[in-house]
Design a protein around this ligand. Sequence first.
Ligand SMILES: *Cc1c(COP(=O)(O)O)cnc(C)c1O
Length: 390
Amino acid sequence: MIEQAFFYRDTWVEVNLDCIVANVSEVRKRLPEEVAIIGVVKANAYGHGDYQVAQAALEAGATMLAVAFMDEALSLRGKGITAPILVLGASRPEDVNIASAENITLTVFEPEWLEQAKEYLDSNATLSLHVKVDTGMGRIGVRSIEELSMVEKSIASDSRLLFDGIFTHFATADELTDSYFHEQLGRFKEMVASLHTRPACIHSSNSAAALRYGEAHFNAVRLGIIMYGLSPSQEIKPELPFQLKEAFSLHSKLTQVKRVNKGEKISYGGTYETAEEEWIGTIPIGYADGWIRKLQGQEVLVNGVRSPIVGRICMDQLMVKLPYEVPVGTVITLIGEQQGSIIPIDEIADTLETINYEVPCLIASRVPRIYKRDGQIIDMKNPLLPKTLG
Ligand SMILES: *Cc1c(COP(=O)(O)O)cnc(C)c1O
């Protein structure tokens, strides 16, 4: 049974950090020793909790962390994480002194950015940089050898700037056809070969590439989705080299249980009408928690029995057709395992017609997170409550 504390509404996410440790360890075992693991903990670690996942990943063998924005890097520093952190996305040149002071590595992909950054950077500060190369993702990155050369020269001309890394990102590493992947990899190798100095850290692989393409390892891989126990895509799921362990689960408790006569309507618009006498339960989670209206009809677990969400999902509550009368307070599992039954994140992604990445990211910060390690609660986070309570 799942314990409860530090929140006053019976809905919570449970993050099993043992799974994060297991997943990272499985990848670590399969990588050559000289290939480092960069744990990608952007977006609050895909909704799981940045600090807790960072700790678990570092414990399991990651030696660097990556986030999307500088705010996320500063969040980790504020929580006491001292490992190297790379900001994968764009940062503003006017913010370079904060990055320098907090030992945060920034991504650079434009010569103009460097010129501005130099003007802002304090004379005695140093700034660690990774250069991003666009080899076919079309998002950010230098796109030609000429541009890369300008960036390299500009960094080399200023002793405050450290050329610590170069990287690219694949658009199709999680697809079964690999021609575009090889095109990108070839382009990246060309760009790296054109450098006058080799930076310490050369990396190109996301989770899918890290598991599937040894030739793209260079000396570091960026692990995101696989750390969380989710497959980078449905297509490559059958070829994954080990059993992934999903860390994220979502639970609530029944706040009302009622017997409803045949022909009664449930929720806004009266879109659901009971076909017979039914047991209907209400749980305190709704679209404002990220359990969006498109999940109407999705099943949840009640004593391990699949039971559909009926009627429209409200902002803060929803109704479930119970398999039989159960008491108020019964735990309802919306994602995860309960009494031998399981609703995996991939099922929710299917219902939402999206990818698994999006599902834990969708679950709002309003939902408290509890963290387990070795079966024990080791941490709880409820951003709604004042620090003294939460
Ligand atoms: C998010 C991200 C990753 C992680 O990708 P996964 O598929 O989750 O492993 C790696 N690199 C970059 C640049 C990213 O933006």
